[in-house]
Ligand binder design. Structure first.
Ligand SMILES: [Zn+2]
Length: 511
């Protein structure tokens, strides 16, 4: 074996799904043809780091020793992807060559992509890595790109050192220069003090004219966590209504905000310099989306739209146009609140607790019910509606017909309730449901639902009548019960009354 000319080890981490695994970057210098060899299941982006390291070193006048440099990424069975290992590999080489003292790296975990000019570029998954580092007793400090500093600062109990360049990191390690701490960052654009953060991205119910039934359905959906299907002509405002839903939900609690931010971070969707995400997500994928795009997937598992909508709203416009298999794949996340992706290279799971809002036209041309406009045959209407699978419909409690907006509504300038007011009622109702059963009403299992909902005698009589007179199916019956429970919660009632049942039955749509 060739005699070692120097060695070093630097702590780093790899993100697998939402999980973070420790990676030890071990560097050894030996006599031989000058080269950098990276071993330990390093995939192409990691191996390409060699070129970035050489270019950055040349730019900063750093000495990459003209010997054989072996970089081992341990554990060897964990696949490593992405460029976040550039920084620890570079530090390992400098340390093995004696340009940085091993002591200076004691307790330090490093991540960051190197630019050819020696800059440090943002990485995916900085928040999960910071949370991991905070929980690892061997780690006291995390070195990372400045662009990720604010995001990582949501993790408590870890010293963070941010920098926009490798040279500053080296100055800190060699001369003890201070690195940027989160407290030194200027407030982000649009920053507001805690407690005044908006609950939505500017969509407010007060801007929607008319549509009182659909607005009521949104309030119920928010209060009970119920999925919703809006059926109406093009231009009736289904999309604007759906966009209001995130703003009706209570503000994200801190752990929820951390969860949402972590998912967006590993998906690479956080802008440089952004911090904790406090608004609830609203995701509206196009109907041409693939199963993997909606649910998540890929050889290196990435979250799909269902997980990006976690704690928020997943909006599927033109529901019958989505692929049948794509919609079928949504059942598991709707039922379990999470997505499991199993791949040869490793499995991952992502949370996916979202409220589904689906929208569709009443017929292929879209104008059924508008006098003189629809020429669709009864057969084609049935075929169109059947494209929405029964099992998915089973998980949607509120079916709402959205009529075209009337002229009187557009001209009406009277006061309209704002989202903030509705959100107060929603928050109280959700708190009642969670105190009673530990979950929102939409998640109540069908078994013994009547007892669980606490329906009074009048309510039970009306439900029986609905089953016989309105031909209410078993699933229609369960839907009505869950929705009625939410209506009672909105009024603060412990029992579900006849009035609650009567209103709930009205949300059974025409699909
Ligand atoms: Zn039509």
């Amino acid at each position: 074996m060739a005699k070692s000319l120097g060695s070093a080890a630097v702590m780093s981490a790899a993100v697998v799904g939402l999980d973070v695994r420790p990676v030890s970057v071990e560097v050894s210098l030996t006599r031989g043809t000058p080269m950098i060899q990276i071993v330990g299941l390093a995939q192409s982006a990691v191996r390409e780091g060699r070129e970035r390291i050489r270019a950055a070193a040349a730019q900063l006048d750093l000495h990459v020793p003209g010997v054989r440099i072996t970089v081992n990424l341990a554990p060897a069975d964990l696949p490593k992807t992405g460029a976040a290992l550039d920084l620890p590999i570079m530090l390992g080489i400098l340390c093995a060559n004696g340009d940085v003292a091993q002591d200076a790296l004691e307790g330090t975990l490093a991540v960051g992509e190197l630019g050819l000019d020696g800059s440090l570029r943002s990485i995916r998954g900085a928040l999960p890595i910071a949370l991991y580092a905070a929980g690892d007793p061997h780690v006291t400090r995390l070195l990372l790109p400045r662009a990720n500093l604010r995001e990582a600062s949501a993790a408590d109990g870890i010293e963070l050192g941010g920098s926009e360049s490798l040279s500053r990191i080296l100055a800190a390690l060699r001369d003890g220069d201070r690195l940027l701490a989160p407290a030194a960052l200027p407030p982000p654009a649009g920053w507001q003090p805690a407690g005044e953060t908006p609950a939505a991205d500017g969509f407010d119910l007060s801007a929607v004219k008319g549509q009182s039934v659909a607005k009521r359905a949104l309030e119920i959906a928010a209060a009970g966590g119920h999925n919703l299907l809006l059926s109406g002509c093009p231009g009736s405002g289904k999309t604007s209504l759906a966009r209001c839903l995130p703003g009706l939900l209570p503000e994200l609690a801190l752990p929820e905000a951390v969860g949402v931010t972590a998912i967006h971070s590993v998906a690479g969707l956080l802008a440089d310099g952004s911090g904790l995400r406090r608004t609830r997500p609203f995701r509206a994928p196009h109907h041409s989306i693939s199963e993997a795009g909606l649910i998540g997937g890929g050889s290196r598992p990435r979250p799909g739209e269902a997980s990006l909508a976690h704690h928020g709203v997943l909006f599927l416009d033109e529901l019958p146009e989505f692929g049948r298999r794509t919609l079928e794949a949504l059942r598991q996340p709707i039922e379990e609140g999470q997505v499991r992706i199993v791949r040869a290279a490793g499995s991952a799971s992502f949370p996916a607790e979202f409220t589904l809002v689906a929208a569709m036209n009443p017929c292929p041309c879209g104008y059924r019910g508008v006098p003189g406009r629809c020429r669709c045959s009864e057969q084609s209407v049935q075929r169109y509606r059947r494209r929405v699978s029964g099992p998915l419909l089973d998980r949607i409690d509120l079916l709402v017909d959205v009529p075209a907006v009337r002229w009187e509504d557009l001209a009406d300038t009277g006061p309209v309730e704002a989202s903030a007011r509705v959100r107060e009622r929603v928050s109280r109702a959700r708190a009642l449901a969670i105190r009673r059963r530990g979950s929102t009403n939409a998640r109540l299992p069908p078994a013994r639902l009547e007892q669980a909902c606490g329906v009074d005698r009048g309510g039970r009589t009306l439900l029986r009548k609905a089953v016989t007179c309105l031909d209410l199916t078993a699933r229609g019956y369960h839907r009505a019960l869950r929705v009625a429970r939410t209506l009672a919660d909105l009024e603060g009632w412990s029992r579900v009354s006849e009035d609650h049942v009567a209103e709930a039955i009205r949300f059974r749509g025409s699909i």
